[in-house]
Design a binder for this molecule. Structure first.
Ligand SMILES: [Zn+2]
Length: 147
């Protein structure tokens, strides 16, 4: 087994143990979060480094005798769909967490493919502005259709 596979298995086991696949009530906001005690902050940075997406945040202890909490979290749809889902598909071990992942993946992908508004660039060659209407940016739309 290659070292890369070992790391993937380690990370997948880590997510299976500590990960949280979240979705809001409207089914339009998704996240993967791994929250740890501050003593394990290095593991959060390892996740950030390995996946290359998400953020690590440190929050103060919730109670006096608790450790500070460190969380690695991914919320951006392209990162969830393009990085998190393929990794979990390949590496998450059969587990209760895997069942949660599969139940979370379905509405995420449904939302991504059918409902997420992905802004495309303006249709005029060389124009980097986001398209707003009829495939054109605001300026080109008014040049074309405005009076
Ligand atoms: Zn334009």
């Amino acid at each position: 087994m290659s070292p890369g596979t070992d790391i993937a298995a380690y990370v997948a086991g880590f997510v299976a143990a500590e990960g949280y696949f979240g979705m809001d009530r409207t089914g339009t906001r998704f996240r993967l979060a791994v929250g740890l005690g501050a003593v394990d902050e290095g593991s959060c940075h390892l996740l950030l480094e390995l996946f290359g997406v998400g953020t690590v945040t440190r929050s103060p202890r919730r109670r006096a005798h608790y450790d500070d909490e460190v969380t690695w979290q991914v919320q951006a749809l392209p990162a969830l769909v393009g990085v998190v889902v393929p990794f979990m598909d390949a590496h998450l071990p059969p587990s209760h967490k895997q069942m949660q992942f599969i139940a979370w993946r379905a509405p995420l992908l449904e939302y991504w493919h059918h409902r997420a508004r992905r802004v495309r660039p303006c249709g005029r060659a060389g124009c980097p502005a986001p398209s707003r209407c009829k495939g054109l940016c605001r300026r080109h739309y008014y040049l074309e259709f405005g009076r």
